[in-house]
Design a protein around this ligand. Structure first.
Ligand code: HGY
Ligand code: MN
Ligand code: MN
Ligand code: MN
Length: 405
């Protein structure tokens, strides 16, 4: 199997014919099809295949119990109408890199594993990196049981419906104790490599980021007969808050996005009783992030008060800044620069990743592959095949340097 043929096999799974975007949500049919593809790739290579207590898939070369394993991989799920590369590029490249290492005839001095972490995007249950958070003990079983999707289906019920036993979910310290390093290859979600003219880069850090839910409660009423002065319309406060978010982020050099909204009763001719807006905000450091979110919340409260609207703000998830393991990051730079003597670019990112979640427990690093437009979380997400193949070789070099004698 070449990178190209694996890619061609995975590409159609969960893809919308209308937009070309993906709907690979955790524990749905498309997710199951992706998981079946992963299992097939593992078994076709004679790897030891397993699913861990949290539903993450693992494919091993060597003894999974031996310890000091080198692990690579990423995720296969997507955001709503997402792109083809975010996640899958890391998983396909891992299998292709293993094939390349076998072609080089290397001997593995340590166990090597390829992993597919479940539910990284949080598209269905609203929390990113569920598979790696559970494994790292960053998400408790009780919290996981409280996660429900838009139809009120809980995470455990969704796992069960997909044929997975949710009863064993939870922290997996023994598994993490057997891992010496985790390296995730990912399409860059930005243009730094395009601007520098490099095919591959190394991650330095992940910005602190989080998700906050703003609930604006007003008074439902008739859109046609209620005078403007008599209204308590939460949509106004919400709209003013979205504009305030842009102003606060611009001032601070950060990012803030209201990308998801729900309206009750959601009728064209009804003034809403409730407008729920979800804020995703990220900044290069904690202090800036606090300033931005604090500024947005302050503005929202001022607007709500002015319109007689009740406002609740709930922080639904948060990931502190991730500084990737310096020694491992520098080791990757040494390995990748050894033939060319060139420094491989090191770049920060505002995107969250499983490698970020695990970085508090095991040494983790990331490789980025050039994305010529920088666009991600969109059907337009793209990486040229020769850049992807360069990413596979870089990953193979890194895995050889870390796992082979
Ligand atoms: O939201 C993120 O940054 C990631 O893609 N889950
Ligand atoms: Mn993503
Ligand atoms: Mn991703
Ligand atoms: Mn991610």
């Amino acid at each position: 199997m070449t990178f190209h043929s694996m890619w061609a096999e995975l590409l159609p799974i969960g893809r919308s014919s209308a937009s070309g975007g993906y709907r690979r949500y955790a524990w749905t049919g498309a997710d199951s099809d992706c998981r079946a593809w992963f299992k097939e790739q593992a078994e076709a290579r004679g790897l030891t295949y397993e699913v861990d207590r949290n539903g993450n898939q693992w494919a091993w070369v060597g003894d999974p119990g031996a310890g000091d394993a080198v692990v690579t991989g990423s995720h296969l799920d997507s955001v709503p109408d997402g792109g083809a590369f975010d996640g899958p590029l890391g998983v396909v490249s891992s299998f292709a890199a293993l094939d390349e290492l076998r072609g080089r005839g290397v001997q593995f001095g340590k166990p090597l594993a390829i992993v597919n972490f479940g539910d990284e995007e949080g598209a269905r249950f609203g929390l990113a990196c569920v598979g790696s958070r559970l494994t790292a003990g960053e998400l408790t079983v009780e919290q996981a049981h409280r996660l429900t999707d838009g139809d009120g289906i809980s995470l455990p019920k969704a796992m069960e419906a997909a044929g997975y036993d949710p009863d064993g979910i939870g922290a997996d310290p023994e598994r993490l104790a057997r891992i010496g390093a985790f390296v995730e290859l990912h399409v860059e979600q930005g243009r730094a490599l395009d601007l520098s003219g490099d095919r591959v880069g190394i991650a330095s850090a992940i910005w602190p980021h989080g998700r906050w839910r703003f609930d604006f409660r007003g008074e439902a009423n008739h859109a046609g007969t209620t005078r403007l002065v008599d209204r308590r319309d939460p949509m106004l406060s919400y709209a003013e808050t979205v504009l305030a978010a842009r102003r606060e982020a611009e001032l601070a050099g950060a990012v803030a996005t209201f990308g998801k909204i729900s309206v009750e009763p959601n009728g064209v001719n009804a003034i809403p009783s409730l407008v729920r807006g979800w804020l995703d905000s990220r900044a290069a450091d904690q202090e800036t992030l606090d300033t931005v979110v604090g500024g947005i919340e302050k503005a929202a409260r001022a607007y709500a008060d002015a319109h007689g609207i009740d406002l609740d703000v709930v922080r639904e998830s948060f990931t502190p800044v991730v500084e990737f393991d310096h020694a491992l990051r520098d080791e990757l730079g040494r390995i990748l620069g050894k033939d060319t003597g060139l420094n491989v670019p090191v770049l920060g990112t505002g995107a969250g990743h499983d490698a970020g979640i695990l970085s508090g427990r095991i040494p983790t690093a990331m490789l980025f592959v050039r994305n010529p437009t920088g666009v991600s979380h969109s059907p337009a997400e793209f990486a040229a095949e020769d850049d992807c193949v360069a990413g596979v070789s870089a990953l193979a070099d890194v895995l050889e340097g870390l796992a082979c004698t």
